[in-house]
Design a protein around this ligand. Sequence first.
Ligand code: NAD
Ligand code: UFG
Length: 343
Amino acid sequence: MKILLTGGAGYIGSHTAVALIEAGFEPVVLDNFANSHPLVLDRLARITGRPVSLERGDVLDTAWLQDVLRRHRPVGVIHFAGDKAVGESVAQPLKYFHNNIGGAVSLMRAMSAVHAEDTTLTPTLVFSSSATVYGDPASVPITESFPRSHTNPYGHSKLVIEDMLAAVCAANPAWRVGTLRYFNPVGAHPSGLMGEDPSGIPNNLMPYVAQVAVGQREHLNVYGNDYPTPDGTGVRDYIHVQDLAAGHVAAIQALLGRSESFTVNLGTGQGHSVLDVVHAFEKASGRPIPYQIAPRRAGDVAQCWADPALALRLLGWQAKHSLDEMCADTWRWQSANPTGYRG
Ligand code: NAD
Ligand code: UFG
């Protein structure tokens, strides 16, 4: 059974492709490589022992997407493709509205058109949403019924896409949609062959810490140590990308097995501070992580972690990997590939 992965060459998509193969599915990777490298396909083949199909192109091209859907007839689509840098979205909002919202519209239109031609194909979609849709939460842990808000155009794009999906499902009950709100994805494939490969200076904590450990950056800036948290630094729900990948398999299986759509958090339910991550990474790498306390980063919240109970109840899924494993796997990837896929 084929599953089309838009953005499948990216960080989360590539790990999900492996998990799908291990679960007996046949992933088809669709990507324009705007934020990934074609070498990912070689790594996928090395890990899984088989070639993975690639469709190189842009989700904004609706006619081409229809052609891809007609040729492969996937039983489901997982929509990862999009831009994800919060700061860039503030500087270039139209890029985010165009690629993220426009890409989702294009995909929904293509899936609707192909479904209209052949109603034996049920439009089945898993969407990469984010805990960013909770804005600055009033309390933790966060359940799916918390109010949604946005603090930047990236978050706004996720919120709009969630609403568009709800409207499409309301208009056509044939649609089955699983919306997954990821918390903070980190880690890498345990083989050390695949991991996160940010271009330029990393915005996110774990890849920055990994680059400090490998000697590419001098020190970490810790953005604020005066938050109302146990050690004063920001607290997040870091989730191993392998657990996240398993969550996508569970979501696809649930949608193929029953008719209702759902929205669930994918998180561990545990918060870790910036300094917890620094210390865990020092342990995993055996290297010191020098850091300096810097001012708070605009737009950051003090703490954010999931209540993952609904995902367990609906999908039978829960995260298994510890922060130590997240750091150990990140370190294996980073030390074996200090400049990522670019070699
Ligand atoms: P990523 O950038 O590694 O992967 C996205 C992929 O989509 C890339 O391979 C890129 O080349 C591709 N892409 C972008 N625009 C495209 C287009 N128009 N046509 C075809 N391909 C296109 O990002 P990721 O971390 O794997 O994130 C995947 C999804 O999960 C994104 O939608 C992101 O917003 C969401 N998400 C990520 C995080 C995170 O921290 N990584 C957190 C919450 C949600
Ligand atoms: N941090 C530092 N120094 C750094 C980078 C981050 O101290 O160099 C701190 C931040 O202040 C925060 C924590 O590390 O307290 C985590 O920051 P990240 O940038 O790794 O992650 P965020 O929680 O800010 O954002 C991530 C994704 C967003 C997503 C959000 C909610 O980047 O796309 O999680 O899911 F919206």
